[in-house]
Design a protein around this ligand. Sequence first.
Ligand code: FCB
Length: 458
Amino acid sequence: MIPRMAVSASTGTSSTALPRFPGDFLWGVSTSAHQIEGAAELRGRSVWDAFATMPGRVKDGSTADVACDHYHRYREDVALIRDLGVGAYRFSVSWPRVQPTGAGQVSERGLDFYDRLVDELCAAGVRPVPTLFHWDTPLVLEETGGWRRRDTAERFAQYAAVVAERIGDRVPTWITLNEPAEHTLLGHALGEHAPGHRLLFDALPVAHHQLLGHGLAVQALRAAGAGHIGIANSHGPTWAASDEPADREAADFYDLLLNRLFADPLLLGRYPDGIAEILDTPGLDADLKLISAPLDWYGINYYQPTLVGAPGAGPEEFSGVHIPPELPFAPREIEGRPRTDFGWPVVPEAFTELLLDFRDRYADRLPPLIVTENGCSYEGIDDQRRIAFLDGHLRSLHRALAAGVDVRGYFVWSLLDNFEWAEGYRQRFGLVHVDYATLERTPKASYAWLREALRAQR
Ligand code: FCB
């Protein structure tokens, strides 16, 4: 149940303080480069620039050319982060801003931007937590095969080294990739995200090359003296639509794709059964060794559980994504739950379930966890439903902590309303409202609530 009663509608403050988190728990907010920066004319083109010009791909017909204009307004945004009272800011570095063609020539102007941002964060007492790749592959790289090609993994590691060399002296915590599962599934298997390929299971090499890119980037970062390296993967409990064997089998398969395809190689050094055979890559053992180099921490992005059944019986469209009938599973709607404006069911207790299951599944192979994204899409500045969502999920996270799961931090997605990929500007995930006509920032009720909740933790 969501504790709506705990939230006062008039002030947006919780009448019942959150349970106490450990004193050194890392609180933060997250964004990504393509979704907020704008200033597209000052960087190389990415797959998302090209995707947005294909008719009908971004549902409101928008582009991220301006987005929140964070490139020019980063000082104001860092002040909002500082005043919120969080200790960390997770942002992403735009590969095409740093290396316009994805290889070779580096843009000093691009690096200068991240230099200024990191300085501003340090001056505000906020820990910079950069993600090196949040889906914006340089278009030139994509045109020669992108993540379908193995050498993109090497290009990525070279770019990681360039970034580390410039800002590594002030960055204590790093993230290699954001959600390679979504980038594989939505971007390369189903074509709902950039680069828009519909390869279905032929997208599997894209998963492997991202994992390899991660492994090589970890090596490059460590060689450059960087530490405290993690990855941000999306995870969520998968529930079978019924006890029928066909539904259970379909749910297990979906669980494999979302929860194990990336975590098993990273944490156990092997692919789940059946995958290595399909991949059929020479040198797989050596790759897996690189991929499973021990991480300092593991990032989880959590939004919702998924109910899954046998193919043929589910909706043709799910969360705005067309589900091809050839898939061996079909997601179903979770009934009887409140929904966000995106239509995602709000199920805070599934967050505890996920964290406990993760701990049980990976046991002593699991490094400390950090929740690198959690949040919801709701319209409005008096966003009481976002307060209820965050309150419910933080209580749920606390229950996992109390049960002994080693979680060291929590980042809200997102600081600002922003360009929500194929949805364009239609879904608002921010603690801070952005007026896209004037670019004015207005902190929402949830921002005030979180600031008070964090103050009470001190
Ligand atoms: C995650 C993405 C993030 C944002 C949220 C809502 O899958 O990592 O960029 O779009 O969903």
